[in-house]
Design a binder for this molecule. Structure first.
Ligand SMILES: Nc1ncnc2c1ncn2[C@@H]1O[C@H](COP(=O)(O)OP(=O)(O)O)[C@@H](O)[C@H]1O
Ligand SMILES: [Mg+2]
Length: 241
């Protein structure tokens, strides 16, 4: 559905990603793991049009989108949900969802908001609360709900469980998995929470210093006897700390 070929990108003169060829399959959850600073967020930004691409290409459903600006990619259904600032904190939950649907007609927005509340019933009681007062998990649900109202087809989630308790992290990941199953969405999931993420993912990339150190089946990586060693050596995530 979305692929890169020999992608080299970064910010201005700082190259972060080197010769990265990756493929995101439709309807699948693809985990992107790696230590801090390895280029995971930059990879998502390159896919969504927010990083400088020096060479290589990005294709979305067969179309070359390498030089397409972010707002146009968003219209095609590519949604990047940054780690923080992914909702309007000063607006209510209801206003956040309305704004996400501002290009749609009113009736359609109402229908879509109803659908989002079915998926995330915990938002229902908070419709008139400011988004800034939500808990971390609820805020993630609102950000994902807003992306669904915008009719995004591929969700790129940047560490949705960062700063959540282990218990809440597990709940958020479980909901992401349910969401994919119910809506057949395509999800790219950047995470530090390695083992729980592999449990819900189909494929996994490990990025180290902007290069692919591993690519394969998430289940196979989860079941490898050397997973703890891999986490220690490459990931230094929560489990490796
Ligand atoms: N907006 C930016 N401008 C310049 N450098 C950046 C920017 N964002 C990230 N970087 C740098 O790019 C490198 C990779 O960062 P990032 O992709 O955020 O890593 P990760 O998400 O894996 O922790 C880091 O060295 C970081 O300092
Ligand atoms: Mg990051």
């Amino acid at each position: 559905m979305l692929e890169t070929e020999l992608l080299n990108c970064g910010y201005g003169e700082l190259q972060v990603i080197f010769d990265l060829s990756a493929s995101i399959e439709r309807g699948m959850i693809t985990a992107v793991l790696g230590p801090n600073g390895s280029g995971k967020s930059t990879f998502l930004k390159a896919l969504s049009g927010l990083a400088t691409i020096y060479s290589g290409c990005v294709r979305y459903e067969g179309q070359d989108v390498t030089s397409m600006p972010a707002h146009q990619r968003a219209k095609l259904g590519i949604a990047y949900l940054p780690q923080t600032n992914n909702v309007f904190s000063n607006l209510t939950v209801s206003e956040n969802l309305q704004i996400a649907g501002y290009v749609l007609d009113k009736r359609e927005v109402e229908d879509r908001i109803d659908a989002v509340l079915d998926l995330f019933p915990e938002l229902e009681g908070y419709m008139h609360k400011k988004a800034g007062t939500l808990s971390g998990g609820e805020r993630q649900f609102l950000a994902i709900g807003s992306a669904l109202i915008r009719k995004s087809k591929i969700l790129m989630l940047d560490e949705p469980t960062a700063h959540l308790s282990p218990k809440l992290s597990a709940i958020v990941l479980e909901r992401i998995s349910e969401l994919r199953n119910k809506l057949n969405l395509t999800i790219v999931l950047v995470e530090q929470n390695v083992k729980d993420t592999l449990l819900i993912s189909d494929y996994a990339y490990i990025l180290v210093s902007g290069r692919v150190a591993y690519y394969g089946d998430a289940g196979a990586l989860r079941d490898t006897p050397s997973l703890d060693l891999i986490i220690k050596k490459f990931l230094f995530g929560r489990e490796g700390a």
